[in-house]
Design a protein around this ligand. Sequence first.
Ligand code: NOJ
Length: 529
Amino acid sequence: MSELSVFKWWQRGVVYQVYPWSFMDSNGDGIGDLQGIRARLEYFTWLGIDAIWISPIFPSPMADFGYDISDYCNIDARFGTLADFDALLADAHRLGLKLILDYVPNHTSDRHPWFLAARSSRDDAYRDYYIWHDPAPDGGPPNNWLSEFGGSAWEWEPATGQYYYHAYLRQQPDLNYRNPRVRDALLQVLEFWLERGVDGFRIDTIHHLIKDDQFRDNPPNPDWREGMPPHRRVLRSYTTDRPEVHAAIADMRAVVDQYPDRVLIGEAWLPFDRLMAYYGSDLSGLHLPFNFQLINARWEAAVIAAIAREYEASLPPGAWPNWVLGNHDRSRIASRVGNAAARLAAVLLLTSRGTPTLYYGDELGMRDVAIAPERVRDPWEKNVPGLGLGRDPERTPMQWSPATNAGFTRGSPWLPLADDYERTNVEVEQDDPNSILSLYRALLALRRREPALAVGDYRALELGPDIYAFERRHGDARFTVVLNFARESRPVSTTGRVVLSSAVARELPSSMTPSSPLLPHEGVILSHA
Ligand code: NOJ
């Protein structure tokens, strides 16, 4: 065991993302809250989770559901109070759970006092907290930069005769991170929460933090086609992934490093060759730049194997990998690949080398919920309708039980429940050994028991078409993970004792002999003790 102590909790452990609007409502207002999360903490220990990351819970007009913050150092009344937060954190720690907060340094709400001051006059002391620019000679926006949520990224402010830049909604003005006062103010936000005892941060959209100081036009995207999100018409060359971002991250890391054993995770939607720089030179950057490749990947063995190969080959020495299967911005895994393959995905997520992040409800097999037009809440869907960009479908309430509203709220839920919640819920699935929830719990327990599956070395294996297979090894322990991506059975020439299978029908323990078939969509973990 002692040699395992060289690994940090965020390397050995599993992170679970809580979307606070939808996890558990304690006061009947139809929106989840901190007391609700607190009441459900034992679910995480029962399931076998190590850390929870909670999406933004700070005061916000909620134009983008909390990613538009009007006070970085408080709790939105919808979710509770600072006292509720402290109680949640204390209880989590008592249960051995880590707690990670969302950190949104790229932009504030347009109701943040900094922005209210900044927009009041060109001479205001806070003017330079944001990115202002004179109009182009024709009076239009200064350049062709586009908002991720549709339209120009520049908003005209008649009162002061300039435009301000917003990478997302116009209610989310981008901060001017080049201003040292902004940087210091934002670093103090980290300190505020670190002093309260949080175990780390997931940094929102970190690749956007610095924009080109010459405001050059972004080049057109030659691959843009009708049906793609409109902001993709241009490449984000001058608005994202600017070289100066790495110094900014190193500053954040230096603050976090003043506290023992904390983690910095970052959201940057970039290909591996760009993403690796986010570990920082000499690993002085993010501990875990999110690896989102599974979210975008075609569900084929060869594709997944190639992603793992490229990832392992790109990681800087000593950098720790991680894998994400779903989040609050993308279609759920069960909807992307189907219910049967979602079980295989669970095995993939929890046996790949690196820290897994699990999105709430995916462990139940929750699916995207179709949202009637009158119930749409997501501003992206409202701004750019009809392209299927809306994110409400993957944000519907957690399904706890077959009771009314799936036990999520005694009021009326802010988003509709899935039709299948009477079957797909914690209470029903925890008693069913064949449920996906039982599979997740078994995988998490096995991973905890067998360090090879959490921190062991990784070696890819070639076991045939439609099969992605790899070995995990730690000390004397050796496991083979064999994943059948086909809808049909596939013979596999390998041997070993099957310690876990994702298939509902397989009797365990059993042995595989050369050319035993794997069932459709089956994933197995073989032990070679
Ligand atoms: C990424 C977040 O995950 C997403 O939900 C949000 O809309 C944008 N960043 C803007 O903060």
